[in-house]
Design a protein around this ligand. Sequence first.
Ligand SMILES: [Zn+2]
Ligand SMILES: [Zn+2]
Length: 257
Amino acid sequence: MKIASIASGSNGNCYYLENDDDAILVDAGISARQIVERMTRLGLSLSKLRGVFISHEHSDHVRGVDVFCRKHSVPVFMTEKTYVSYGRVVSNTLLNFFSPGQQVKIGNICVTPFLKSHDAVEPCSFSVSSGNRNVAVMTDIGFECENVKAHFKNADAVFLESNYDDHMLKTGFYPAYLKKRIASDKGHLSNTRAAQLAMQHASGRLKHIFLSHLSANNNTPQLALGAFKHFIEQRSDLKLEVMLTSREKESSLVCLD
Ligand SMILES: [Zn+2]
Ligand SMILES: [Zn+2]
């Protein structure tokens, strides 16, 4: 499998996963034009793309979906409740529903959506498998629920939310209600919580962590990486690469074989 972040952050998310024959995107929270530009820079072709899987209806995950999928005839996958809440119309020929916990097969790619804790109608994370490789895409998680832990343990690579630095959130300019929402069990995962999750649940097979969905206002790349430094020192048994993602540009394409 090969994987990349096309965009990641609190203002736009899109993740790319492929095997030799097929590819999918998780979320399309940037414009259709930007998705194509960034995929092209990575040498990726739209012709391999079999679907876009939507995690939940927040705009940083769905902003580009309708234009991208209509223009390039790419099927869309989401839960029925998410579709109702999304509120725009996707043509019947492109729209597919999945249920949390129910696997979706696309060629030799197997996508398992699973429920997560977040303030959306039916928010899902995904475990994406091909051959003996598993990749988990987990952003917008209020806390490390049992689903998150189980899929984290089973992963060779993870796009893991590392949303905010506790001190920056506490002392920043956001209104109190918003600070409370972000830090709640239905909000986002902090750098510290993300690093703790990794330290406690990484198995020997984990090779790559992409620090994802960093807040533009309550985090910095240095602080997110800093939180993971301690984790890496504690788990010197792992041969692990921790990478940053960006809202401005795509990551490199990482090969899991
Ligand atoms: Zn969200
Ligand atoms: Zn989000």
